[in-house]
Design a protein around this ligand. Structure first.
Ligand SMILES: Cc1cc2nc3c(=O)[nH]c(=O)nc-3n(C[C@H](O)[C@H](O)[C@H](O)COP(=O)(O)OP(=O)(O)OC[C@H]3O[C@@H](n4cnc5c(N)ncnc54)[C@H](O)[C@@H]3O)c2cc1C
Length: 444
């Protein structure tokens, strides 16, 4: 049966209105030892901001959140609250946890809607820091360092800043205007963002030091998707999910044409993988007009890595699932993929497909480390960093954080690490300024 077309990129989950937000905030018990705070990787001021919402002080609520987070409207939407703050709420035992994610989103959206407050812009006298990559890690470094008096320039390879927030997570979960307005708040702190500039081919880390930067941060994420090494892997129509999601995002922002999106109207699509990227690819394929979408997972359903909410959303959208199905070979005709042979408990089965999307993981590209001396990586390409100063690589003055160090994780974990690295960078730059040494020229 053809699926009901889902043609919209509009946000699917609606936010709280002011009345609902205040009512929800008033349910907070104001615990003496708030567990919600310990459940948040960046220890957001959760009970404090909820208390302010309950009193109708939306500006104060937003100010308390942005003390810890540069991306409240993003985190309010894409953090796994059900596994973090909300699961720690004392009311969770009765299944009545406070909707902390929705309240965070409300405070951020309300502040934007009313233009309530602007962060104070400090003078930029403490030093100059270059940031490579503008995902959650790079943006957090930029925001945190700008707030404490550093001059920060972000270099981004893509035409727009935001990393996975802009080109990975689909617009129906995270509208791109929400990402843009968070970024403009960071720019308003005095951060400069330069796009369409890729470290490696366009400039090197040494060029940045030659331009007078005191420290460089690498937050380049995991840009290399893993291949599935099976017979038939060269057939046309086998596409990486993150490529499909990026083209889809560029198309929905008007920067690409429909023909550039590799899933066409009426395609039968298989998505290999069982994580959140697979769910995003499957749900986006339906929205762009696929006739049918089936997620093929090696694991049984109870072992899927995707969040339950994402799986439920996919089922609601009409995505089908083939669990415990191990891909064996790609099937094709005339150089094009026509299906996938999988091994199941019932024996080998062939699933038909016009397109197969791969969502089986990613690792870092080596464009930066291959053009910079002295940055050591592990055997999978993840950058090695030190505890002191926190986040510094084996090259002095060069720091790294986010997925390029810690493997693909989550937005808030990239932010958590980046916040610690920002402290490491500040301590390092203060120290070299105090000692009056030029580490790069001295080669120490
Ligand atoms: C499809 C998808 C959906 C996801 N959904 C969620 C979710 O719902 N919730 C959640 O918490 N997490 C989610 N994640 C994970 C989360 O987005 C990542 O863990 C997080 O974005 C990592 O942040 P980062 O800053 O380290 O890297 P990224 O976000 O990958 O940003 C890296 C940036 O560096 C740039 N860059 C790379 N190389 C260079 C270079 N040589 N020169 C200049 N710039 C460069 C890239 O273009 C990119 O902008 C998702 C991931 C994907 C792929």
């Amino acid at each position: 049966m053809p699926l009901q077309p889902l043609t919209t990129y509009d946000e699917q989950v609606q936010g709280l209105g002011i009345k609902e937000a205040i009512t929800e905030a008033k349910r907070c018990l104001n615990c003496k030892k708030p567990q919600c705070k310990t459940g948040c990787p960046i220890e957001n001021n959760i009970p404090e901001f909820i208390h302010q919402i309950a009193k109708g002080n939306m500006g104060e609520a937003h100010g308390l959140i942005t003390e810890k987070s540069n991306l409240p409207a993003v985190c309010g939407r894409v953090c796994a609250h059900e596994l973090q703050c909300e699961s720690h709420c004392v009311l969770a035992k009765q299944g009545k946890e406070i909707k902390i994610g929705q309240l965070e989103r409300f405070a951020a959206d309300f502040n934007f809607g009313m233009g309530l407050i602007m962060d104070r812009i400090p003078s930029k006298s403490r030093g100059k820091v270059a940031v490579i990559g503008s995902g959650p890690a790079g943006l957090t470094i930029a925001g945190d360092l700008a707030k404490i008096g550093f001059s920060v320039t972000v270099y981004e390879a893509q035409p727009e800043a935001g990393g996975v927030l802009m080109f990975g997570i689909p617009a129906y979960r995270l509208p791109k205007d929400v990402v843009r307005r968070e970024i403009s708040r960071i720019e308003a702190l005095g951060v400069t963002i330069m796009t369409n500039l890729m470290a490696g081919p366009d400039f090197t880390v040494d060029d940045l030091f030659a331009r007078g930067f005191d420290a460089v941060f690498i937050g380049s994420g995991t840009a290399l998707p893993k291949e599935l090494d099976l017979p038939g892997k060269e057939l046309a129509g086998i596409i990486q999910s993150i490529y499909f999601l990026r083209m889809n995002a560029l198309y929905s922002s008007g920067l690409m044409e429909r023909k550039d999106v590799p899933v066409k109207d009426g395609d039968r699509v298989l998505v290999i993988g069982a994580g959140n990227v697979a769910m995003d690819a499957a749900r986006s394929a339906i929205r762009i007009g696929a006739e049918s979408v089936t997620v093929v997972a090696r694991v049984p359903q109870e072992k899927m890595r995707a969040l339950k909410a994402e799986y439920d959303g996919a089922v609601e959208d009409g995505v089908q699932f083939a669990w415990s199905a191990t891909p064996g070979r790609f099937v094709g005709k005339g150089g094009k993929v026509t299906g996938l042979a999988v091994m199941t408990e019932q024996g080998e089965q062939e699933l038909c497909a016009d397109k197969i999307l791969l969502s089986i993981g990613a690792r870092p590209a080596n464009r930066i480390v291959s053009t910079t001396r002295g940055i050591e990586v592990d055997k999978s390409g993840y950058v090695l960093t030190n505890e002191r100063p926190y986040g510094m690589t084996t090259r002095k003055g060069v720091f790294a954080g986010g997925d390029v160090v810690h493997r693909p994780a989550t937005v808030v974990l990239a932010m958590k690490e980046a916040k610690k690295v920002a402290e490491g960078i500040a301590a390092y730059v203060d120290a070299i300024k105090l000692l009056g040494i030029n580490v790069q020229e001295a080669g120490i």
